[in-house]
Design a protein around this ligand. Structure first.
Ligand code: 5GP
Length: 207
């Protein structure tokens, strides 16, 4: 996929604060589009089909996956998740920056298929803070919290192939750092292949 927009893989363990960061990031950047994944898991209270996820059956997921409709797919805690490729292609070709909020196996697939993608892994300030954040939600039983902590450790241990780590100490700080990453990535020479040609042909103004 070649485009003017960035494809951004955004991962991190449950409790790292990805959703809050993304919400703030989208408010500040109208050019960003957030991919809506397909999943076979059941909707949680308050989740809407087509907004949070496309909630589909396992059979439909398998047909889509086998038909090459997914950019990546993975199993997570017994459910299937995948990124429908068509909207990503469209948004990228329109010059939008596209964020995929996905787990690490999917992140690796996207890095292999789209080497130009930028990958960011969100970390909590410490494992203690992560545990506190998971507990403060107050919605899960002890066994679920323990499972999520174990999964978080696994995901963090597998994160070394990402391009950037951003520690979510405060949301504002994390959003600022991500904005700087996006900005710096866009200035990279290989993403501006036509710039010099246009400039030398006087179509571009130097300022
Ligand atoms: P949840 O079920 O809590 O919404 O998501 C569980 C995990 O699946 C999260 O780490 C989330 O980032 C990841 N996830 C959501 N959508 C996708 C997707 O399309 N592909 C992959 N690989 N992971 C996803």
């Amino acid at each position: 996929m070649t485009n003017n927009g960035l494809l951004i893989v955004f991962s991190g363990p449950s409790g790292a604060g990805k959703d809050t960061i993304l919400k703030r990031l989208m408010e500040k950047n109208p050019n960003i589009r957030l991919s809506v994944s397909a999943t076979t898991r059941r909707p949680r209270t308050g989740e809407a089909n087509g907004t949070d996820y496309f909630f589909i059956s396992k059979e439909k997921f398998e047909v889509m996956n086998a038909g090459g409709e997914m950019l990546e797919s993975a199993q997570y805690c017994g459910n299937c998740y995948g990124t429908p490729a068509a909207p990503i292609r469209r948004w990228c070709s329109e010059g939008c920056d596209v964020i995929l909020e996905i787990e690490v196996q999917g992140g690796r697939q996207v890095q292999q298929k789209c080497p130009d993608a930028v990958s960011i892994f969100i970390l909590p300030p410490s494992m203690d803070v992560l545990e506190r954040r998971l507990r403060s939600r107050g919605t899960e039983e002890e066994s679920v919290i323990q499972k999520r902590l174990e999964k978080a450790r696994e995901e963090i241990a597998e994160s070394s192939h990402y391009d950037y780590y951003v520690i979510n100490d405060t949301v504002d700080d994390a959003v600022e750092k991500i904005n700087r990453i996006i900005c710096a990535e866009k200035q990279k020479v290989h993403r501006n292949a036509n710039l010099i040609e246009r400039m030398l042909n006087h179509a571009e103004t130097i300022c």
